[in-house]
Design a protein around this ligand. Structure first.
Ligand SMILES: N[C@@H](CCC(=O)N[C@@H](CS)C(=O)NCC(=O)O)C(=O)O
Length: 273
């Protein structure tokens, strides 16, 4: 049997959950990792579409079987690991709900101030859109036209908003979607997650469980979206963003993660993504 392969990207939020899992579960030597550069649209390349027609990372392939999303990928790694961790609860599905989409969150803007604050991200959006168009024009894209059209529409709208070329109605709709995403994130950080943590520091208790792997990646991305670049800026960035104190349980969870070797590997130099 060949080694399972984890397809991942070092700046992808959901890849971070799988990358944390691979380390926490002691699978560095048992599962190979291959990078797929999402910022360069490599997930839409003909080669990757053959591996994962869904065109997202992380995914895992073992013995020709595709585990086609983050949850299935981490489930698989837990199943083959000798390290036993607490299994997921509905919290994992909750943090993956579209309302909390962490990829949209990073590029969202609720108002003109956000547009100005996030203008530095324009270049990355433009690059991504260019690759979507390039790969979308290849014959290999034909069966996946829907993937390409959806991504083209999403990134075109974003670029128009950040370039100031979107119509007033498109811009206001973008602001409203961003507001809904922010509201959902605020409820998750201030209410849902603290309620799910019992004795702590982790959701699963003394050590990270399956929920924690998903939640951690989301939480660190949310802090990045709130304006923190380095880990040490995270809690303050949340407090500014939400306009209120962050619950103690979240601070304790945060501190428990950032000292772990897995965390330091996935977030080198304490840089959030
Ligand atoms: N629901 C999917 C979401 C995965 C996802 O959105 N992955 C992002 C990276 S964090 C991706 O591959 N984006 C590239 C794209 O959609 O073009 C999962 O849980 O695996």
């Amino acid at each position: 049997m060949s080694k399972p392969v984890l397809y991942t990207f070092h700046l992808s939020i959901w890849s971070a959950a799988a990358d944390l899992a691979r380390i926490e579960l002691g699978l560095i030597d048992k599962v190979d990792a291959k990078g797929v550069n999402v910022l360069e649209g490599e997930n839409l390349s003909p080669e990757f579409l053959k591996i994962n027609p869904g065109a997202t990372v992380p995914v895992l392939v073992s013995d020709g079987v595709l585990y086609d999303d983050t949850t299935a990928t981490i489930d698989y790694m837990i199943a083959i690991s000798a390290v036993k961790i607490a299994r997921r609860t509905p919290l994992t599905a909750a943090v993956h709900d579209d309302s909390l989409d962490p990829n949209f969150m990073l590029r969202s803007a609720r108002n003109e101030d956000d547009v100005a604050r996030k203008a530095g991200g324009k270049g990355a959006i433009a690059t991504r859109l260019a690759r979507i168009k390039e790969y979308g024009a290849l014959p290999s894209a034909v069966p996946f036209q829907e993937h390409f059209d959806r991504r083209d529409a999403t990134f075109s709208t974003m670029l128009d908003v950040f370039n100031g070329t979107a119509s007033e109605s498109v811009k206001q709709a973008f602001f409203a979607t961003s507001q809904a995403n922010y509201d959902a994130a605020k409820t998750f950080v201030l209410d849902t997650l603290p309620a799910a943590i019992k004795e702590g520091p982790f959701v699963a208790g003394a050590g990270p469980g399956e929920d924690d792997l998903h939640v951690a990646a989301w939480l660190f991305r949310a802090a990045r979206s709130a304006g923190a670049v380095k880990e040490r800026e995270g809690i303050e960035a949340f407090e500014r963003w939400f306009g209120t104190a962050v619950p103690e349980k979240i601070k304790v969870l945060w501190s428990a993660w950032v000292v772990r070797d897995s965390w330091k590997t996935v977030y080198p130099d304490g840089t959030l993504h």
